[in-house]
Design a protein around this ligand. Structure first.
Ligand code: 13P
Length: 248
């Protein structure tokens, strides 16, 4: 399966900084054909990033989307607008959206369905908090988020990102064993829902991925890629992650 390595820039970089990053980064990954390389800048940089990416092997994603096509929804951006701006993908259900903007599983499901209907590929995020892990609820939480988030959603054009919240931005990566265990659980759930077709869904890991730990994480059986925050903000660092070498 082709690896899927995505940068989630979160609320970082101005439009000119985004352009500057891409001018340096794109040549560094030229010729990489066995990895889907994806970058998700803030909304305001999407059009500029799309221009810079033209003709390259780097794909554009947004970090969020609204579920309506158009109308009186001040501040929101529709799936159609994202497509027109050059996006191929959209991240939905990130834990920061769930935590700071109170997005629940129902909202996440609506966004995924609207994005898919418009023709966007979806990077759907799930993962437990530290409190939930310590209470032994890791699998329960993942199961709920996956079941409810993916109601009436088919297996095509879908990537599932497992992002344990306690590993995001903390420098505390899940061990390869912890990550593999959760990924195997998700793979099993998806197989239960989609049968053989679940094989096309890549399950990627996010949470303090760096050039130093990407090789071991990518060596895990059920990890098909990474969703990278902090370490995707520098061209060299993100390029090294894209050039991972699987390690056992
Ligand atoms: P960090 O890589 O900064 O931990 O962020 C992970 C993340 O949330 C990607 O979506």
């Amino acid at each position: 399966m082709k690896a899927f390595i995505a940068a989630n820039w979160k609320m970082n970089k101005t439009v000119s900084e985004a352009r500057e990053f891409l001018k340096t980064f794109i040549p560094l990954v030229k010729g990489v054909s066995d990895v889907d390389i994806v970058i998700a800048p803030p909304f305001i940089s999407l059009a500029a990033a799309s221009e810079e990416m033209k003709g390259s092997n780097v794909q554009l994603s947004s970090q969020d989307v609204f579920w309506e096509e158009k109308g009186a929804f001040t501040g929101e951006v529709s799936p159609q607008m994202l497509l027109d701006a050059g996006c191929k993908h959209v991240i939905v259900g990130h834990s920061e959206r769930r935590q700071y903007f109170h997005e629940d599983d129902g909202v996440v499901n609506k966004k995924i369905k609207a994005a898919r209907k418009a023709g966007l590929d979806v990077i759907f995020c799930c993962g437990e908090s530290l409190q939930e892990r310590e209470a032994g609820k890791t699998f329960e939480v993942i199961q709920r988020e996956v079941e409810k988030g993916l109601v009436d959603v088919g297996p095509d054009h879908l990537v599932v990102a497992y992002e344990p919240i306690w590993a995001i931005g903390t420098g505390k990566t899940a061990t390869p064993e912890q990550a593999q265990e959760a990924h195997a659980f998700i793979a099993g759930m998806l197989a239960g829902v989609y049968g053989n077709k679940s094989g096309i869904i890549r399950i990627i890991y996010g949470g303090s991925v760096t050039p130093d730990n990407v090789d071991t994480l990518m060596g895990c059986k059920d990890i098909s890629g990474a969703l990278v925050g902090g370490a995707s903000l520098k061209p060299d660092s993100f390029s090294r992650i894209v050039h991972f070498k699987k390690e056992k």
